[in-house]
Design a protein around this ligand. Structure first.
Ligand code: NAD
Ligand code: DAU
Length: 332
């Protein structure tokens, strides 16, 4: 694959993938990104201009999408509205970008017969009880809880239908919670790191026992590239790194890092419909495509992420007050 179109490539995970592709292949990357509030153009700084091009545009507009898809060998589709809390406030943009945008890209891939990889989430499977010995697998039934996860489930179903009905050469990956540099401070880990930097208490929803299965975003990128290069058309692969932690454990690790008491926590209003636990069984990806995560030590990855937010305050500081004002208005 010489030319790849990466949608959402100026976002948290998409930009990491662009760096990963440039470092590990000879491909040319075109990024298609609307540059919403969640995008960070600086995350693409330093990449060679002859390898990476940014096109500012909307994946839900066929006249933008079609010529770009026509000009590449493969599409890797990250662009999305990605934050559950925002989807509870205003689901409209989630339906437009995640469903209509994915449909628009699939139609272009169908017309021009292009390889398509769809980046999705483990949230499409709903949640697990804390004491459930099972984890999500590729065979777990869909059961999304929030407007965000329902919109991602809808896009997964479109991809499956376009494979079966139209023969589009697509794969899907469903990954667990990512952490690492450049994640927007509306999300859990960066919000809590920046709260503690500001001398405030971490804000934990409900009882804090909800479990997320953390994976470093660099491991997500290596998995997506493995699927793009070696995945079987029509297959779904779950991506995870055995990183289950409850939210209290994560904020306690952040507090410890800053020398603060582990009890220094503010419990705030719970998220509506809050999923209890996510957990990924990623054996198919590991055995069939010979993939392994490199960041096996969550504490070390978290320390490096904390250091990154300390060193890059100039990036997040201008957004902090507005993010916190929006949470405060909801009692969170
Ligand atoms: P993000 O919100 O940080 O970035 C999304 C990017 O998409 C932004 O750059 C934004 O400008 C762009 N975008 C949004 N609407 C667009 C549109 N209509 N047209 C073009 N570009 C648009 O999101 P993220 O956390 O990096 O997630 C990326 C993808 O990975 C999403 O599809 C998400 O569902 C999936 N995912 C995320 C996680 C996670 O933990 N964050 C886990 C599994 C899967
Ligand atoms: O599982 C993959 C998903 O992970 C992705 O599909 C989503 O795009 C991504 O945003 C993430 O969804 P979550 O809802 O799990 O992530 P979030 O960072 O919003 O919250 C993680 C956990 O922390 C969740 O249990 C809610 C809780 N939380 C969140 C915030 C922002 C808090 O307790 N306090 C907070 O301030």
């Amino acid at each position: 694959m010489d030319r790849i179109l990466v949608t959402g490539g100026a976002g948290f995970i998409g930009s990491n993938f662009v760096h990963h592709v440039v470092a590990n292949t000879d491909a040319h990357v075109t990024v298609l990104d609307k540059l919403t509030y969640a995008a960070t153009q600086e995350s693409l700084d330093g990449l060679p201009a002859d390898r990476v091009e940014l096109v500012v545009g909307d994946i839900a507009e066929p006249e933008v999408v079609e010529p770009l898809v026509a000009g590449v060998d493969a599409v890797v589709h990250y662009a999305a509205e990605s934050h559950n809390d925002n989807s509870l406030e205003d689901p409209g943009p989630f339906i437009r970008t995640n469903i209509v945008g994915s449909f628009t890209l699939l139609e272009a891939a169908r017309k021009h017969d292009k390889r398509f990889h769809h980046v999705s989430t483990d949230e499409v499977y709903g949640d697990l009880e804390l004491d459930d010995p099972k984890r999500f697998t590729e065979d777990t039934p869909y059961n999304p809880s929030s407007p965000y996860s329902a919109s991602k489930a809808g896009s997964d179903h479109l991809v499956r239908a376009w494979v079966r009905s139209f023969g589009v050469r697509a794969t899907i990956s469903n990954c667990s919670n990512n952490y690492g540099p450049w994640q927007h401070i509306e999300k859990f880990i960066p919000r809590q790191i920046t709260e503690v930097i500001d001398g405030r208490r971490p804000r934990v929803y409900g009882d804090g026992l909800n479990v997320r299965d953390w994976i470093h975003t660099e491991d997500h990128s290596s998995a997506v590239l493995a699927i793009l290069e070696r995945g079987q058309i029509g297959e779904t692969y779950l991506i995870g790194a055995d990183g289950e932690k409850n939210n209290l454990e994560v904020v306690q690790a952040i507090l410890r890092h800053f020398g603060r008491s582990e009890d220094d926590i503010e419990f705030v209003r719970d998220r509506a419909g809050h999923d209890r636990r996510y957990a990924i069984e990623s054996g198919k990806l590991r055995h069939q495509l010979d993939w392994q995560p490199q960041y096996q030590d969550f504490d070390a990855g978290l320390q490096a992420t904390i250091d990154w937010y300390v060193a890059n305050e100039a990036w997040w500081r201008p957004h902090k007050d507005a993010v916190e004002a929006s949470y405060a208005a909801k009692g969170q």
